[in-house]
Design a protein around this ligand. Sequence first.
Ligand code: SF4
Ligand code: SF4
Length: 388
Amino acid sequence: MADVSIVSCADYDPAACRQALIDVLAPVGGLDFVKPGMRVGIKANLVSFMKPETGATTHPVLLSELTKLLKEKGAASVVIGDSPGGLFTSAYVKNVYRATGMHETETAGAELNMDFSQKEADAPEAKVAKHFTYTGWLDGCDALIDFCKLKSHGMMAMSAAAKNLFGVIPGTLKPEYHYKYPNAPDFARMIVDLDEYFKPALSIVDGVLGMDGNGPTMGDPKPMGLLAASRSPHMLDLVCAELIGLRREDVPTLEAARERGLIPDSWTELDIAGDVERSRVKDFNNIGTKNEVVFFGEMLFGEGINPFKRAFAKVMQRALSSRPKVSAGECVGCGQCAQICPAKAITMKDKLPHIDRSRCIRCFCCQEFCPKGAMKVARPAIARLLNK
Ligand code: SF4
Ligand code: SF4
């Protein structure tokens, strides 16, 4: 069995999507884990009220075709769910289903999750998230499929399979988790804890139309023409990062997965079915946090950590890290960024958000959930220069 599989899929034509799914799944074991009578859950990426053509959410045609394949394999039921940012309530999530075109999947035989209960989990073997709250609908599933989208991400550099499982945390609690794990490495460790706890039987990435630029919600739709799949969300992400021009060390969830031995040092060590070179996405506009601090520290001092380097890295981190910045011309003064900010770092003055940099934890929730795309990820000029 291959570690990761990649195929071309030019658009969302249903017949082409069905064939592409069959082709991408075959090298990674197909749907052999599905036993007759099972209830299969699909954790889609339904991040917000985004139409499919924005490239922000898992496309309904792919979800419909996967549902049909699962039913043909004997699944008794297929349930599609997610907890978008915002309220985890019937009224709120129904609106997200409507906007993202999810009702199309019901015609194919899927159920849209309507269980909005919350459960508590103890995970003693977790690295950081030893206790967390999750969406109860997952308990009713005999197997879980992680069907994510390939996008740029302000905080995590890339949103793909590993990051998609942050959607098991109820939307209203997500800012709390950002505050609890304020730096990118710990936030990434928490996400890998969730991945390990829920252990999806299969991970698939919808890279037919992804998103670059100001992702994961207000970036630009990016045609990429590909589907990829793996039994491991982390191996899948390692290949996805390579396809969009990111190094493993640019993506905190990949570093967290490598710490635990879940992925090798390089994608070249994976058994990949498909053509990586032909699948590379040209001119993907990555905005996410690059590891300039480590790069700069190592450039000057070589590898290894000592107190001086740690202090130097702290100063450089402030100077070099990407930060949220409002585009005054695009802002409509709605104040949603101030409401969602977990660090209470934003105050509205004269209908414009003002960010207290000393409080900001750079979670980019304000950027992710600004309805106008007015909050941007700004990378200091020196960081851009160093990254070159
Ligand atoms: S959420 Fe966006 S549009 Fe609304 S106040 Fe903040 S930056 Fe402006
Ligand atoms: S200002 Fe934005 S990036 Fe900073 S803590 Fe608040 S939501 Fe997160």
